[in-house]
Design a protein around this ligand. Sequence first.
Ligand code: B3K
Ligand code: ZN
Length: 890
Amino acid sequence: MKDFQPRAILLRDYRAPDYWIDKTDLHFSLAEEATDVTAELMLRRNAEAAAGAPLVLHGQDMELIEVAVDGRPLAPREYQLTDELLTLPQVPAQFKLTCKTRLKPAQNTSLEGLYKSHSMYCTQCEAEGFRKITYYLDRPDVMSEFTTTIDADRSRYPVLLSNGNLVDRGEGDGGRHWVRWHDPFKKPAYLFALVAGDLCALDDTFTTRSGREVTLRIFVEAKDLDKCDHAMASLKNAMAWDEKVYGREYDLDIFMIVAVDDFNMGAMENKGLNIFNTSCVLAKPETTTDAGFQRVEAVVAHEYFHNWSGNRVTCRDWFQLSLKEGFTVFRDAEFSADMGSPTVKRVEDVSLLRTLQFAEDAGPMSHPVQPASFIEISNFYTLTIYEKGAEVVRMLRNLLGAAQFRRGSDLYFERHDGQAVTIDDFVKAMEDASGRDLGQFKRWYSQAGTPVLEVDGVYDAGREEFTLTVSQSCPPTPDSETKLAFHIPLAVGLVGEAGPLALRLRGSDSGTGEADQGSCVLELTKPQQTFVFEGVAEKPVPSLLRGFSAPVKLHYDYSRDDLMRLMSRDSDGFCRWDASQQLGVAVIGDLIDRYGKTGELHREPADPRLLSAHRELLDDDSLDRAMVALMLRLPTEAYLSELADTVDVEAIHAARQHLRKALALALAEQWERVYHGNCSDEAYRADAGAIARRSLKNTALGYLALREDDNSLELCRTQFEQADNMTDVLAALACLVNGTSAAATAASTAALAAFYQRWQHEPLVVNQWLSVQAGCVAPGGLARVKALLQHPGFDIKNPNKVRALIGTFCNQNAINFHLKSGAGYRFLADQIIVLNRLNPQIAARMTTPLTKWQKYDPQRQILMKSELERILIEPDLSKDVYEVVSKSLR
Ligand code: B3K
Ligand code: ZN
């Protein structure tokens, strides 16, 4: 462990900087072992700062060659240098600082700052990576005008890129060349980017609505040039969508995307020069699944949207991270909904939130959407900041209505263009544009935890009234024991035997319900409230939290027949799906209880209502395929685990598998008919209709495969061999890999070998191959994963491969990871210890499964905690891992 305890940074300690940097002029001389950087900074003392305030610059992991003030090199006694800071005790009020630093990009495995990914150089500066390039005020409220000159070997690095516009270029000595870029927009250093490599580009143009032509350019390695069309189409759609929906036009004359193999996350919104993980740019049907296509579309849009929500208007400090991330996730979700199926998109986002964000918010890493403190900001790129942050913005839109929300966003962008601002500034713009008081609403930003709504409904047939009583509460989280009431929009409807009923809400103690077309939004602001619906001629089933109108857990005592009614009659797609999930949870819950008592389920029948609900879905050809595919998905083991107080790993797995098998046998004919009915000869398309068809077909294939007979095995093998797209190939491969019969095992071995043979030169496809094996639930998973660590297709320095193999195994293969012996935990801790030295951000991220120890039985708790303790005593533990491990043990 570190011999000092890393210090927490607090929101309440925020102070404006003592100096501003008006101009930043960078010169890079790129070379493998030593890259020299000269930074010329025009500094000016903040008028608010004390006269004679020292200049304290951030910097780490580099060699300081020289520092000069107004051209005069300083002697060592004129400055102080530590591992993280360079302090100049005496500087003029305005001056030029020159800093020469030397970096070792080829040895930088943290993938932060300047590093090499295969044969190219690239940078990642958010959040605090610029300080690994030069000494700087590396904080987002210091915004500067950047000019960047890059000098490199011409033959190896013909393409040299940075932010803004190319303004000059020339030849150097010894086969070198140089280029100069200038970015006219002031920006914080976290948006700086540099790329150098031997790259090809796909070019296109976009004409903005004011008639300016923008060059669009996606840079990739030559072998990937045939995989850029989908990203380009997505970019153009995103540009047009932001003009139409938010009135936001692109500002520079060029927008570039570069794809790199080694990248810690999905992508990065650097001004005019987005850098992407190849997994979020490259797509073609033969190599990319439907989910992959959708991810490319979403991430391209997300990064593009940051140009306004993040770059033109940026964050004052990192406590405001959700200001740009929550808002931008909300924007990209609405975009994806408009491009495809809105219900599917909503269901997918809610599933993610309820499974993973709710778990985060109930665990030791729980934090508010605006955290009050952090040790390492990289640990706060979380589901809470992103996904819950997006839900908070969505609630604002739902409370204000689309028109007022748009007025609010216009005001926000206009008022704060070119500034570094706070979440408060965002909410203030929404308040000023709408005239509403959002004071109580702001608690969503400052209080962590998932609110719980207990809802009770009583029907009075004589008075034809239906009364809903709603109580809210929120469990304690590490930041606070007690919570004040949240302002929660609860969208509701009432569903009669034939469908939704018209609503008439009595002026209740909320007074704000607004009935329209069978749906209304109840505004909850108090611990308990009552709402009375009048003129209700039959006993209704309430449809609650329509469209998932707030990120809460809602409890209502539905009977299984109520759920069946919602599944078939509710007009809200989200609630129809959610009813199917609740039914699934109830049925699996019975089986879990049974397994807990008897240790087996062999003769246990499944609830006939669930069988008949699924039969109806499969038999009715008039239903929307996308909806059917969603409703047939049983709750995942991860979601069932989230719902449990104590996770019974074996029982959850056995119960869900048992139900799957029962459905496979009872509905054998239906699965077969749906499988064949949804096969298609048409060329691959990634539109919502075709995606739904494949999803339904492959769900059917999954059930057919559970029969483990010759016919179904043949079906899987044929699809694996003959499909022309990766979605179908991988679905069939997953069936084979998860088969347990001797024939399936033989077929699986052959298929895996053939797959690797064919795709070994496509890293993204190899990652899917790793992932399908890591997710295999057959016994022996740990040994399979350990063997794959040694396979040439794996590389621990590449985050995509770490996520595909170690991440999939530890997060999505509970039955194999949570071995009673603790061997799975020991394995993960060993990997974290290796990663801690190579790439602290990824190491910290991989720690998540161990941090959930409180959810497991006492024996597992001890085993998980002892691995966390073993990590904690590692010498040279990074701040990243230290923060996650120490907080999860407290
Ligand atoms: N803003 C980046 C995330 C940077 C993460 C740094 N550890 C990508 C995004 O959210 O758009
Ligand atoms: Zn983002």
